[in-house]
Design a protein around this ligand. Structure first.
Ligand SMILES: *Cc1c(COP(=O)(O)O)cnc(C)c1O
Length: 212
């Protein structure tokens, strides 16, 4: 699907749910794709934020295109945070130790770093992220770190061929975001982004649908 076609589906999901398209940011997930493919499928349509999930791969792309707004969406090892000064937003902070490391580096970089807290709403054993029961302690910890700016929450719904089955997980994340007075909700991927938007997503992370 082309980027304009995806954007059109985003717009329609917004209209259906009484939202403004400007409330939903498309993060084009460019992992596993070359800069040439990214140019072809994404950047020819404008300067979209890009999402990457492996530090080494991202560093190579960042060296060539440092002006891009890069989002880190994958599981991040603490010993690689030091390379991530040019990451605009970390979507998947899921432990106190990782939060501490990003905070320490942010202080060295002399800036405040935007982060999201990753919650494994369905408590799937195969996925990263804290459980709902663990989330409040991590939120409190993150909000105590002077160089982190906790902007919102992130989740991945369990894989399911029927996107409707993701709805309860997205809804739960939104309730928590509202209860905590945070801004961002990073949820929804190629298979379920429309349901995520209906449930309040402010960022959708779309990869495979864009590059097919
Ligand atoms: C790969 C990935 C995506 C994009 O998934 P698609 O199904 O290809 O759209 C979104 N979020 C995370 C965390 C990912 O790793």
């Amino acid at each position: 699907m082309s980027l304009p076609e995806i954007q059109e589906r985003i717009n329609r999901a917004c209209v259906r749910s009484g939202r403004q398209p400007s409330e939903v940011q498309l993060i084009a997930v460019s992992k596993n794709h070359s800069l040439e493919q990214i140019q072809q499928h994404v950047l020819r349509y404008g300067s979209f934020p890009l999402g990457e999930n492996r530090v080494q791969e991202w560093r190579e792309k960042n060296a060539a295109r440092p002006e891009i707004e890069w989002h880190f969406i994958g599981n991040l090892q603490r010993n690689k945070v030091k390379y991530c000064q040019n990451i605009h937003l970390f979507h998947s902070v899921n432990s106190e130790r990782l939060a501490d490391e990003i905070n320490k580096r942010a202080e060295q970089w002399g800036k405040h770093v935007g982060v999201l807290l990753e919650i494994n709403v369905a408590a799937e054993a195969s996925k990263e992220g804290v459980t709902l029961a663990e989330a409040e302690a991590l939120k409190t910890h993150m909000q105590g770190l002077a160089h982190l700016h906790l902007r919102g929450l992130m989740t991945m719904a369990p894989y399911d061929a029927n996107p409707e089955n993701a709805r309860p997980y997205f809804r739960r994340l939104r309730e928590l975001r509202d209860a905590w007075g945070l801004q961002e909700l990073s949820m929804g991927m190629s298979g379920d982004f429309e349901v995520a938007i209906e449930e309040g997503a402010t960022m959708v992370r779309i990869g495979s649908a864009l590059f097919r």
